[in-house]
Design a protein around this ligand. Structure first.
Ligand SMILES: [Mg+2]
Length: 176
């Protein structure tokens, strides 16, 4: 099987933010968003844990209060996704999404009963969250990863290096 490094594909986010909690409902509406997909590790929770980043619960409340449905789209396994979804107030979730595969995004759109073109996917990885969202025809938003990936450290070090090379090749090297 050919390994997809992401370097040849469209992995450039349409929007960059420092942190998910910086994104306001107004920002989502300005992007043309009608629903929001969120990644877990290093976007809303500390890597490989069940611990939410500070402010995430309040952020979710703000987004939902504005009438925007939120769904978790994660590559993590079902039991862990379920526990975190519960902590987030019982959010719907797509586990084992296998991003950048687009099937998870399709399911998320079904759940939220919206159109893929208004689905705002927020995640920290270019070659999973962003690439998948772009391929699916969704709106891609990249946030900076905050904590070191604990599991498979060398795997992630390699990915982060590739992301840096990719962004620099696109003239966006200042974003990482
Ligand atoms: Mg992540």
């Amino acid at each position: 099987m050919k390994k997809n490094t992401g370097l040849e594909t469209n992995s450039l986010p349409q929007f960059f933010y420092e942190s998910i909690t910086d994104i306001t409902p107004e920002d989502i509406f300005r992007m043309g968003g009608t629903a929001v997909g969120i990644d877990l590790d290093n976007t809303t929770v500390y890597d490989s844990t069940l611990r939410l980043f500070p402010g995430v619960k309040e952020w979710l409340k703000d987004i939902q209060s504005a009438g925007l449905p939120v769904v978790i789209v994660t590559n993590t396994y079902t039991v862990r996704a379920k526990l975190i979804a519960k902590k987030m107030g019982g959010l719907p979730y797509i586990a084992n999404a296998n991003k950048p595969d687009i099937s998870g995004f399709r399911k998320a759109v079904e759940i939220t009963n919206t159109d893929i073109s208004g689905f705002v996917m927020i995640g920290d990885q270019l070659f999973t969250d962003v690439q998948g969202a772009n391929n699916a025809g969704a709106i891609s938003v990249c946030v900076k990863y905050k904590t070191r990936e604990i599991l498979a450290l060398f795997h992630f070090l390699k990915i982060r290096r590739l992301e840096k090379i990719y962004l620099e090749s696109k003239g966006k090297g200042d974003k990482v």
